[in-house]
Design a protein around this ligand. Structure first.
Ligand code: FAD
Length: 307
């Protein structure tokens, strides 16, 4: 027997993702007396980081501690949290229908995608043990800790060149590793030379160090370049395919696109916040976007209720 839409448990908003974006939205919506559910599969983008930097009043805090405090502060507002992945979302006649892993179905009036991004790191032997300790990808997150050190940059083409040049803000000693022929344009080669950035085109054999701290980049010809940190260009993919399922516009460059005010996507009633919308990829920006989306969701609900 098929279940009628009215018989499925309902929420004002379901938030998919419990990182800074989703939890921040939950706080605002909870304070708006909304019935809110956060579903979180717990694959946080910054899982490898020991400390989170640049979050006003929380600089240096462990990411897990930020989430613990955030969840504690949600409790008085009755926000529900499920440690569960959302596997499907559909737009029903009047509601969104959300399916959790295991098959349970829920419905909601508005939906917030705060599903983040997943980084695809270069496959370099030695890198996994160093990621988040001495191998990073974001200078705004970890550049200060690498200041004045011997910094390596791993990347190809114009993006590798740009990252290498940008790292000069934090150290004079920067070497670019292209892991194969650099094939630089004349202007990129001039730019690197102008900023005294060395280029190593040999294939990278492995990263060596101790306790997660990089000591040298070993090249395939057996030579080694002493470095204390390495910044890499990571390829990023959406943390979930729910936006595509709902036929929101998603592009490689901009992620899930917003078109309306307050983080609403190309599909009415579907909002996005945090890294999934690929603006500035910082936790405090994700939290701010979560708050803006919650504002938009509450305004949309008020329009329906108080017209
Ligand atoms: C190594 C590293 C270090 C970083 N350091 C810093 C730093 O120092 N300072 C800083 O400001 N930023 C830092 N960042 C960036 C920061 O982590 C992100 O900007 C921030 O986490 C984005 O928050 P978010 O809520 O959008 O996504 P996330 O924190 O990634 O949370 C997304 C959540 O959604 C969940 N999810 C995805 N799909 C589903 C689904 N279908 N169902 C249910 N749940 C789902 C995921 O499991 C995850 O729990 C760092 C990033 C990395 C990778």
């Amino acid at each position: 027997m098929s279940t009628r839409e009215e018989d499925i448990p309902g929420y004002d908003a379901i938030i998919v993702g419990g990182g800074p974006a989703g939890l921040s939205a939950a706080l605002i919506l909870g304070r708006c007396r909304r019935r809110v559910l956060v579903c979180d599969s717990g694959q946080y983008r910054n899982h490898a980081a020991r400390e989170m930097h640049g979050f006003l009043s929380r600089d240096g805090i462990a990411p897990s501690e930020l989430r613990r405090i955030a969840r504690e502060q949600l409790a008085p507002y009755g926000v529900e949290i499920r440690e569960s992945a959302v596997t499907d979302v559909r737009r029903g006649a009047r509601r969104f229908e959300v399916t959790l892993e295991g098959g349970e179905r829920l419905r909601c009036r508005k939906l917030l995608l705060a599903t983040g991004l997943v980084d695809r790191l270069p496959e370099l032997p030695g890198l996994p043990a160093m990621y988040g300790k001495s191998v990073h990808h974001c200078p705004y997150c970890d550049g200060w800790e690498a200041r004045d050190q011997a910094i390596g940059v791993y990347g190809q083409g114009g993006t590798g060149v740009s990252l290498a040049v940008n790292m000069k803000t934090w150290s004079d000693d920067v070497v670019l590793f292209t892991d194969g022929p650099a094939s630089l344009s004349r202007s990129d080669a001039d730019r690197l030379a102008r900023h005294r950035i060395g280029v190593r085109e040999e294939r990278v054999a492995r990263l060596e160090g101790r306790d997660g701290m990089l000591e040298r980049v070993v090249l395939e010809d057996g030579s080694a370049v002493e470095r204390r940190s390495l910044f890499v260009k990571a390829k990023q993919e959406q943390g979930a395919d729910l936006a595509e399922r709902l036929r929101c516009t998603v592009t490689e460059e901009r992620g899930v696109e917003t078109v309306a005010e307050h983080e609403e996507t190309t599909r009415e009633g579907v909002f996005v916040a945090g890294d999934a919308s690929k603006e500035v990829l910082l936790a405090i920006v994700a939290a701010a976007e979560g708050a803006a989306a919650a504002f938009g969701i509450n305004c949309a609900l008020q329009e329906e209720e108080l017209a």
